[in-house]
Structures are given as C-alpha cells and as structure tokens.
Design a protein around this ligand. Structure first.
Ligand code: ZN
Length: 312
C-alpha cells in the first residue's frame, strides 16, 4: 500500500523540452527502470503531431511498451480529439487534455478558445463512451496556468473553479491543477484545492502538477499534502518544465520528492537504489550537456535514513 502516488512525467514533460531526441530503445529502458523502481504511473508521451514535437513521435510505441509492464498505469497527454483517438487506439490507461485557464495562453499554445477546447472534451467523452467499459481510459482535464500566466498575469481563483466545473460537465472524469508557470505559493495551493473541491467534489480532484521555477515546488507539495491531495507529479532529475535559470529545475525533482515524502513517513512504493539506477540510464541516454537536477542524488540519502517504504 502506498500513501502518496508519484506520477512520473519525465518521459513527456521532461523530454519535450530537451532538444536532442532520446532514442526509443533508451526511452523504453528508462521507463522499465522507472517502473521497476516502483513508480506507479508514468506519463510516457504526448499525441501531438511529430512536426511540432519530434521528441515525442514514438508515443504510441511507448504506450505499448508501458502496457507490457505489469501494474503500471500508462498516462499520455492529448492536445485535442485527434490525439485522443490515437491515445485510445494505442491503449493508454489515462489521457489528460490540458486546458489553459488563461485563454490568451490557450490561443497561443493550441490556437483554441475555451469553448473550442470544451467541444473537444465533449467529443472525446463520446469516443470513450463508445468503448467497452473495461477498455475506457480515465479522462482527466488538466487546468494549466491555474496559478498565473506569463501573458495574462494573475488568474482569479473563481476562473479556475469555473473551468473545472465546465470540464467535468463536458465529460472529464476528473481534473488536475497545474502550476505551469511556477507562480504558485502554498496558501494558493490550499485555497484553490478547497475551492475546486467545493464545486466538483473531492473525488474529482486528487492530483497536482507543480513547478520549481521560483523555488517553491516542495513548499507547495507540503501544502498539497496538508490539504489532502494524494497524487503529485514529478520529473526524474527535474528535467523539463521550461526552466529559465541555470541550476534551477522546472518540474519538481522525483528523487527529492521521494526523500521528502519517505522522510515524513509517507510510503511512495519507491525502491531508492532502483530509482538511482533509472537516473543512471537517463544520464547515459542524454547528451552530457543536458543538465540533471536533484539535491538528494547529489548529496545521497542521510546516514541511517530509513525509508517508510520497505526496501528490498
Ligand atoms: Zn511541468
């Protein structure tokens, strides 16, 4: 039994922002190693056209690979209905469509208004409902730029709550909140989560995607734990998440998150030594100029540290 689920987003969020393309065989080895370390869910890629993100052109093959690993929950991102069709064909267990709460960002990023995105959601719902019940993926709406947008600036919480309601009404099973820009602080995590819960129910928001752009990633995790969220996204070595400053990661670092949670007595199901083996595979598979982050892998676990998760 695990207390907190870490959803590993490195193969998608991480690799999409690294220019050199990681070989498919290396991605498979890395995903296998991540799953062997105990990560229960891995976002293996995104069904976007290869001409936009050539780094993720092998997503269908990685979904098939992920499905061959027993017990692993295989997640993917889809930008639209077409992407969802491909995700369903490939057999993803979970599909997430990101909807930017900032409409300016949505127009710039996917060239769609909120109304157009919600129409995609309705079409995807119909697609999923046409599948046999045991083949239906979980369908999540990702509330991106929920804590603020580099174009629009401050995003009122009422707007986030309103979009969450609309996503559920249009057919998402659940929503996730995402601090795409790293603007968030712990008090906002608490208040936004409670606001969304009050509108759509506690069972329809369980996860959060946080960035460490301004150093608040793990502080925000503590707020998420305190309020009662149970799934935290993180990226091995903190790759991706559009870091701006050298030495600062974008996504929160899986390895540091594991140390934090396990140190607090919360079981993640992770085998730490195996997690380091997965990191080694990542290091070997990327050009040496790509920086890997993480304080815990650099410093090592404290002497006599005892993981809450029993180690093999
Ligand atoms: Zn991210």
């Amino acid at each position: 039994m695990i207390d907190i689920e870490i959803s590993e987003v490195g193969p998608r969020d991480g690799l999409q922002s690294i220019k050199p393309i990681m070989a498919t065989a290396d991605k498979k080895r890395w995903i296998t190693a991540l799953a062997a370390a105990g990560l229960p869910e891995i976002e293996v890629g995104s069904f976007v056209p290869a001409k936009i993100l050539p780094q993720l052109a092998d997503t269908a093959e990685l979904v098939a690979h992920g499905r061959s690993i027993e017990g692993l929950n295989v997640a993917v991102l889809v930008p639209n209905f077409k992407g969802a069709e491909n995700a369903v064909t490939a057999g993803a267990h979970k599909i997430t469509i990101p909807l930017s709460v900032s409409e300016t960002h949505s127009l710039k990023n996917v060239r769609r208004t909120h109304a157009q995105m919600l129409e995609e959601v309705r079409k995807i719902r119909a697609l999923i409902d046409n599948l046999p019940a045991n083949e239906r993926p979980v369908f999540e709406g990702g509330l991106s730029t929920a804590f603020g947008c580099t174009l629009e600036g401050h995003i009122p919480e009422s707007k986030v709550i309103g979009i969450a309601e609309q996503l559920i009404k249009a057919g998402c099973d659940e929503v996730g909140i995402s601090d795409t820009t790293g603007f968030g602080t712990p008090n906002q995590v608490t208040s936004m989560t409670k606001g969304v819960w009050a509108a759509i129910g506690k069972d329809k928001l369980t996860g959060i995607h946080l960035h460490n752009t301004r150093g608040q990633g793990l502080a925000n995790v503590i707020a998420a734990l305190d309020v009662g969220l149970t799934t935290i996204d993180a990226s091995m070595a903190g790759i991706g998440g559009c870091p701006f400053a050298p030495g600062a990661s974008g996504n929160i670092v899986t390895e540091d998150l594991v140390f934090l949670l396990e140190g607090m007595g919360l079981k993640t199901g992770i085998q730490y030594e195996k997690l380091m083996q997965a990191r080694k595979i990542l290091r070997e598979s990327l050009p040496s100029e790509v920086e890997l982050y993480g304080f815990t892998p650099d410093a090592g676990l404290p002497k006599d540290f005892s993981m809450a998760t029993p180690q093999a």
